[in-house]
Write a new protein. Structure first.
Lengths: 149, 210
């Protein structure tokens, strides 16, 4: 079983999946920073002073970690970053659902148009599981740069 | 696996983001905008631009709608100020505002009569219940869903955004979003639907008379 889970092809595939999801997520938000800042402010959780700063930097963190994952650069580190982000997203969505806010997720910039829901949380948990898997097993197959020593 | 790599990646990405934002024409300001509204009482310049100029050579340049000019019906005093500033005004199209400008009910009504577009920032339910006549709906909290409505707004022409009233901030927020998107001629009708309804100004549905 362990060898199945640590199969390098499987790891490669999930690395690609996670990478591309985040490349897409980041890119969409980079294209419309104003709208993304707007989406974040809807959550009423981020202090105003940090709002625009986060709107500007977060998408790039998503994009770069996504790209690094696809190219197999520092896979474990990037998977950790992604999982931290996912935890943040899950918490924010959960709090907002609890408060009864009927707001747009902003998960994929303007491409979504989806409201926050339990489905979103489940989606993020699944991505988190994928990330966790990569953290545990790493994926050095077909990578440009490995930090494994 | 090194934890400091995590820090490097985050820092690197953030720097890229800040740099990109700096050079991006659609970029957003990192410094928090002052939330106070800036009021203006001068919506007259719209009237002036649509009045047929004495300098007839300028007419073709601005595609002045003859219909508008007869409708504008300038008063004598208006005409006087218009005449002196006219050559300058006609040659200069309405300039972009520095930020959305708040206006009173009276000025909103004036703009309404000039057939300026009104945008309702309230949610769909409220809009359907009743709204300023001929206004379009772009609910602030469902902005992405209604983004196709933006096609109806001409970036070169001023338009008015409103919501419930002075305590409602959806119009301010919608104005801010649209402003960053390049719509630089926004008036904020702060009094909103409350004031408009109270004065029984034109609405899409008849007011209840009870």
């Amino acid at each position: 079983m362990n060898s199945l889970l640590s199969n390098k092809f499987l790891l490669l595939i999930i690395r690609f999946i996670l990478g591309f999801v985040f490349i897409y997520a980041g890119a969409e938000k980079i294209l419309e920073p104003g709208l993304f800042a707007n989406s974040i402010s809807n959550y009423r959780l981020v202090p105003e002073l940090l709002l625009n700063l986060i709107a500007v930097t977060l998408p790039w963190i998503e994009l770069i970690t996504g790209i690094f994952l696809v190219f197999g650069i520092a896979v474990k580190e990037n998977a950790i970053i992604i999982n931290i982000l996912l935890v943040l997203f899950i918490v924010m969505i959960a709090i907002s659902l609890f408060r009864g806010l009927n707001i747009e997720c902003g998960c994929f910039g303007t491409a979504g148009g989806t409201k926050i829901s339990v489905y979103k949380i489940i989606e993020n948990i699944l991505l988190f599981a994928v990330g966790g898997h990569l953290i545990k097993y790493d994926s050095t197959f077909l990578s440009f740069l490995s930090t494994k020593n | 696996m090194q934890f400091k790599n995590i820090l490097y990646i985050i820092t690197f990405s953030s720097v890229l983001g800040l740099t990109f934002n700096h050079f991006n024409p659609k970029g957003i300001s990192l410094i928090v905008q002052n939330k106070e509204r800036v009021w203006t009482d001068s919506v007259q310049h719209i009237n002036e631009d649509s009045i047929v100029a004495d300098d007839s050579s300028a007419i073709g340049k601005y595609n002045i709608n003859q219909k508008d000019s007869t409708k504008a019906n300038p008063t004598e005093s208006n005409k006087k100020t218009v005449k002196s500033e006219n050559t300058e005004k006609i040659k200069n199209p309405i300039k972009d505002f520095e930020k959305p400008l708040a206006i009173s009910l009276a000025n909103a009504y004036k703009l309404f009569n000039q057939e300026i577009l009104f945008v309702d920032a309230r949610n769909r339910e409220d809009y359907l219940r009743n709204h300023i006549k001929n206004s379009i709906n772009i609910p602030f909290y469902q902005f992405e869903e209604y983004s196709s409505e933006l096609k109806k707004i001409d970036k070169e022409k001023p338009f008015v955004i409103y919501c419930n009233g002075k305590d409602c901030d959806m119009s301010d927020m919608l104005a801010d979003v649209l402003f960053t998107m390049g719509y630089r001629k926004i008036y904020l009708f702060v009094g909103g639907w409350e004031e408009w309804e109270a004065s029984r100004y034109p609405s899409s549905l008849p007011y209840d008379h009870n």
